[in-house]
Structure formats: C-alpha cells, structure tokens
Design a protein around this ligand. Structure first.
Ligand SMILES: NC(=O)C1=CN([C@@H]2O[C@H](COP(=O)(O)OP(=O)(O)OC[C@H]3O[C@@H](n4cnc5c(N)ncnc54)[C@H](OP(=O)(O)O)[C@@H]3O)[C@@H](O)[C@H]2O)C=CC1
Ligand SMILES: O=C(O)CCC(=O)C(=O)O
Length: 420
C-alpha cells in the first residue's frame, strides 16, 4: 500500500475532509472546525476472555463520545478484526451529524472491539460482551450514552450488555441500550428498521433522480442486517435485485435474485456465493458491475478514487457508514452520479432506536405499524430538508447539503452553550 492509499483508507481523515468542505460553506473558522472534529472523550479498555484451552485472550475496545451538544451520545457497537480507534472516532462523528439531521435529541457516539467474533465460542462472546460493559458502565446510561447494534452485534448482545449493566451499576435503566429483544423493552421494528429506511430512501431518491424504483436493477454489497432487509423491502417495492455479496464474495444474475432463496442459501451455507444461479464475482467486481442503483452496505472506504471512475450505477445509496471516500465524492459529483449519504440513508436504525428509547423512558409499548410510520415520516422530513438545501446551494452534492443542515444545528447548539 502506498502512503496515499493508507491515508485514504483512514475513515477519520475522510470524515474530516468532508467536514472541512461543509465548514467552507458555513463560514466556520479553523478553531470551530477543530472543536467539531475532536471527540469529547474516547475511552479505551482492555477486555480479557478466558478460553477453554486455559489461555486468556486479550482484546482492545473503544467507545468514542464525539459530541453531546444536542443530547446524550448515541450510536452502535461494532465487533470486527479491523476496528481501530480512528475508525471508532470517525463513526462517532458520523453519528453526531446523523442524529442532528434527523432532529433526534442525541449527540454522537460509537464503540468497537478489535475482535473476529466468528473465532469465538458463544460463551466467549458473552464473556467478551459482559466484560466490555464492566469496563465501560460508568460512561453509559439512558441520559448519558446509549449503545446499540452495529456490525456483528445484535439483540442478544444488547441483552447481555443490559443485564451486565444492571448488575454492575445497580440501575434498572432499560433505555441505556437500544436494539434489545422485545422481552427487555425492545421494539420488533428495530430489527429491520435500518433496511426498511434504506429501501424507503432509495425509493424517494429513485423518484427524484431516475424514473422511479419499479424494475430498477439494484446491487447491494453486504448481506447482514442492513443488506438483507434492504434487499427484502426493495424487492417488495418492485425493484430487481441483481447482485449481492458478503465477506466471501458476491453473485450477480440479471434475471433477478430471489430474496427468499438468497436467505435460505445464506442460512444453510453461510454465504450468498452459493446461490445456485448467476455468476460469482469478487466484491471489487460487484461494485463496478452494471446496475441502476448501487448500495454499498457492508464496510467503509470501498468506493475510492481508484474504482470510483469505473462505477456504472446511475444512483448510489450509502447503506454502510462511510463507504465513499471524499475523493470518490468528488468523482461522482463530476460524473453527475447522485450519492445519497449514509447520515440519511441508514438513519432508520437510529430513528428506530429513538422510538425504543422514548418508549422505555415513558414506560409505553408502541404498535409496530405506528413505529414504522414514525420512523419513515422522520426520514422523509430529513430527505426533504436535504433536498431543499441541495436545490438552494446549487453546486453542491447531496452529502454536503445534508451535512450543512446537520452541522449547522450542532454549531448553533454549541454556540448557545458557549462551547465555540
Ligand atoms: N445494523 C444497523 O442497525 C445499522 C448498520 N449500519 C451500517 O451498515 C453496515 C452494515 O452493518 P450491519 O448490516 O448491521 O452488519 P452485519 O454484521 O449484520 O453485516 C455485515 C455484512 O457485511 C459483510 N461483510 C463484512 N466484510 C465484508 C467485506 N470485506 N466485503 C463485503 N462484505 C463484507 C458481512 O459478511 P458475512 O455475512 O460474510 O459476515 C455481512 O454480510 C455498517 O457500515 C454499519 O455501520 C448503519 C446504521 C444502522
Ligand atoms: O441505533 C443506534 O443507536 C445507532 C445505529 C448505528 O450505529 C448507526 O446508525 O450507524
């Protein structure tokens, strides 16, 4: 890897570049930008897990609490072998803008543990999760910092987090975590709200930039929580899913991939590459394959200055957080390919979390249909705000437009509090 490649693969560097672009439009000074870019607190913890062979496995985890101007920190917890402190900080900064854009009463936070969860037994995974909360509990709470699921974490892990939190803190604070099982104050919608939101925003964007969603050929990278539910809801809306992938590779079939068959293949064989029809492709090939809509829905920086000129999609919707680098943004802008930014496209997850948290705070239980309506209405409003700003700014892309709205709100709150 060249130095340039290393730099362009640092998500924090990418996010800072994106923030500085917005700073120019909002007329922010360097000291203000520095205050916005710097996390308020980053907690690093050592997590030890005794394994069955008598050895102790040691892992490092982080929680980055980026900005609390608008409320308690909010954001997911990621388990992945490539997690770094910079990545977690960048993801927490993305959460600050996302929560602001959606007008949620939250600041931004994110956590990560550098671990390959697939290499752990279920018992080891539970101990890892509980020990993480033992180390972090002082910094967590429904009015302080509210973690949720992200890559390789789910409702079971949130249940272990909550149980451990109650034990060590002595507080039965159900709203301290979201994405919980329904039995523990979770809401069923949260399981699929991220994918539902991505599909809904894709439909709105297709109506603005293509001629609707019906029959559009869609490629989705990642077939986990976000990717699989996005595929499900887009199929139901009449789009044609022609390509999907996971960590092992992808499959493309221009006759259309059947969602139920994909789920069955993923469940029984562990990977979508075993889908019986179509052509096997690598993830790199998938991203530059022919389609109308591309949804990178796995990891960050996958579309960068090296492959951005080769992308064939007419519309890109960022399912994952940070899948396009700042250079890729520029290239897409020059090529006239709209990119719906992560902070709007995947916000169904955190809006679902907000509904869950608000229910926990009020001791209420919301009906599924009402929760869905709340989430989609909130996202539609943010889409409209982004789109009006986009029209008003004239020569800026969708990300910059959305970020201008989001950053301005945070700046105003910080100014009101005397922080900048
Ligand atoms: N879950 C949520 O509520 C939210 C998630 N997001 C973002 O969405 C993205 C995906 O998260 P989520 O679906 O929850 O995570 P999951 O862990 O459920 O799924 C991740 C998917 O990405 C695949 N993957 C991992 N590495 C690679 C790779 N190198 N190339 C291609 N695919 C890969 C995984 O493959 P395999 O199945 O083989 O492991 C899996 O299919 C992340 O950026 C996350 O931050 C954003 C908002 C909310
Ligand atoms: O549900 C949440 O609180 C946050 C989800 C998340 O991590 C994200 O939106 O990236």
């Amino acid at each position: 890897m060249t130095v340039e490649e290393v730099l362009s693969s640092n998500l924090y560097t990418q996010q800072i570049k994106k923030l500085y672009r917005v700073g120019e439009i909002l007329g922010l000074q360097d000291d203000q930008l520095e205050a916005l870019a710097t996390p308020e607190r980053v907690i690093q913890v050592k997590i030890q897990v005794p394994s069955s062979n008598g050895k102790i496995k040691t892992f490092t985890g982080w929680r980055s609490q980026h900005n609390s101007a608008l409320g308690p920190y909010k954001g997911g917890v990621r388990y992945h072998p490539n997690v770094t402190q910079d990545e977690v900080i960048a993801l927490s900064m993305i959460m600050t803008w996302k929560n602001s854009l959606l007008q949620l009463p939250y600041g931004g936070g994110k956590a990560g543990i550098r671990v390959d969860p697939k290499s752990l037994s279920r018992t080891e995974l539970e101990i890892l999760s509980r020990n993480f909360i033992d180390a972090l509990h002082k910094y967590i709470g429904s009015d302080l910092d509210i973690p949720a699921p992200d890559v390789n974490t789910d409702s079971q892990i949130m249940a272990w987090f909550l149980d451990e939190y109650i034990k060590v803190s002595g507080k039965v604070d159900l709203g301290a975590f979201t994405g919980k099982p329904v039995e523990l104050g979770g809401i069923s919608v949260r399981e699929y709200s991220t994918g539902l939101g991505v599909a809904h925003i894709t439909k709105l964007a297709a109506e603005k930039f293509l001629d609707g969603i019906e029959g559009k050929r869609v490629i989705i990278q990642g077939f986990g929580n976000l990717g699989s539910f996005t595929a499900k809801f887009l199929s139901e809306m009449g789009a044609k899913i022609v390509g999907v992938s996971d960590s092992k590779g992808g499959v493309i079939d221009y006759n259309g991939l059947d969602f139920n068959k994909l789920m069955e293949v993923k469940k029984t064989t562990g990977s979508v590459i075993n889908y019986p029809e179509g052509k096997k492709v690598t993830n790199d090939e998938l991203l530059i394959s022919e389609c109308d809509i591309l949804i990178p829905g796995a990891l960050e920086n996958v579309i960068n200055k090296f492959n951005a000129p080769k992308v064939k999609a007419k519309l890109i919707v960022e399912g994952a957080n940070g899948p396009l680098t700042a250079d890729a943004d520029e290239i897409m802008k020059q090529r006239g390919i709209p990119v719906v930014p992560d902070i709007l496209a995947n916000s169904g997850g955190v809006v679902g979390s907000y509904v869950e948290w608000a229910n926990n705070k009020m001791g209420e239980i919301i009906e599924e249909e009402e929760a869905k309506k709340l989430i989609l209405n909130r996202m539609e409003k943010a889409f409209s705000e982004m789109y009006s700003k986009y029209n008003k700014l004239g020569d800026q892309d969708l990300r910059t437009s959305a970020m201008v709205v989001a950053v301005e709100r945070v700046v105003n709150a910080m100014k009101a509090r005397g922080l900048i």
